[in-house]
Ligand binder design. Structure first.
Ligand code: SF4
Ligand code: SF4
Length: 100
């Protein structure tokens, strides 16, 4: 799995310590999902064209590139659904946590 490596989080002290973009780079999270996620994204890799829109949209940076397409790191996904909303191929659907 091509998942981002965890990094040690250091509280920013100066403005220059903050990321330039709207979010930190992928892999900045330091704790796994604590079990409060109620819905989770499921990827249809047949429908996925590898456009990487979801990869760029995920606010947690937990979608990673995999063999020309994408995959999701469920350890850190918070279940917001932004990835599915922005997918032009409807290749990501949200299901209830625990559903098959
Ligand atoms: S936005 Fe949809 S089609 Fe594009 S990479 Fe993500 S899942 Fe695949
Ligand atoms: S549901 Fe939210 S956190 Fe999870 S992969 Fe999609 S955009 Fe990222």
């Amino acid at each position: 799995m091509n998942r981002p490596a965890l990094r040690k989080y250091v509280n920013p002290q100066y403005l220059s310590d903050l990321p330039e973009g709207p979010c930190y780079d992928a892999g900045h999270l330091v704790t796994v999902n604590a079990g409060w996620r109620t819905r989770k994204p499921v990827l249809d890799s047949e429908a996925c064209t590898g456009c990487y829109i979801c990869y760029m949209n995920c606010p947690e940076g937990v979608i990673f590139k995999s063999d020309g397409k994408v995959d999701i790191d469920y350890d850190f996904c918070k279940g917001c659904g932004i990835c599915g909303n922005g997918c032009p191929k409807d290749a990501i659907v949200m299901i209830r946590e625990g559903e098959a």
